[in-house]
Design a protein around this ligand. Structure first.
Ligand SMILES: [Zn+2]
Ligand SMILES: [Zn+2]
Ligand SMILES: [Zn+2]
Length: 127
C-alpha cells in the first residue's frame, strides 16, 4: 500500500472552536490528502468521507491495487484520542502518529507498518 503523509497544515485543528459531536472521524482533515480538494466544499460529512475513501482507493482511472493510506500526527482535538489500536491495544494519544486506511480503520503508523510486512490488508477487515 502507498503511504501518504499528511502535513499538520492539512489538518483541520479546531483550536478556536469546539468540535461538533456529530462530525465524522474524517473531520481531522481540512483537505483531501490525495487530490487536495477542500473538504468543506464537497458537502455533507458523508459526502466528504465518500470522497476521501474513493481517492484513497485509487480514484477513477487507476487500478484498485494502488490503495493508499494516510499517516499523520493526531491533533489534540481528534476524535481518535482514547480509541484503542487493535494491533497493540494501546490508546491513541495527542501527537500519536497514526495510519488511517481507506476503510477508516486507524492504527499506530508503526503498528501498521509491521503488520503490512506480514499481510497486505487491514488487520480488521482482512479475510
Ligand atoms: Zn480527493
Ligand atoms: Zn498500536
Ligand atoms: Zn479496516
Amino acid at each position: 500500500m502507498e503511504r501518504i503523509v499528511v502535513e499538520q497544515a492539512q489538518l483541520a485543528i479546531p483550536c478556536h472552536m469546539s468540535r461538533d459531536p456529530s462530525s465524522s472521524q474524517l473531520s481531522d482533515l481540512a483537505d483531501c490528502p490525495v487530490c487536495s480538494q477542500n473538504l468543506a466544499d464537497i458537502g455533507s460529512v458523508a459526502d466528504q468521507e465518500a470522497h476521501v475513501k474513493h481517492c484513497l482507493e485509487g480514484g477513477s482511472g487507476t487500478t484498485p491495487q494502488t490503495a493508499k493510506y494516510l499517516v499523520y500526527r493526531l491533533p489534540g482535538e481528534s476524535v481518535l484520542i482514547g480509541v484503542e489500536c487493535v494491533i497493540c491495544l494501546e490508546e491513541f494519544t495527542k501527537g500519536s502518529t497514526i495510519a488511517r486506511l481507506s476503510c477508516l480503520c486507524s492504527f499506530h503508523s508503526a503498528c501498521l507498518s509491521s503488520w503490512l510486512q506480514r499481510g497486505r490488508s487491514c488487520p480488521v477487515h482482512a479475510r
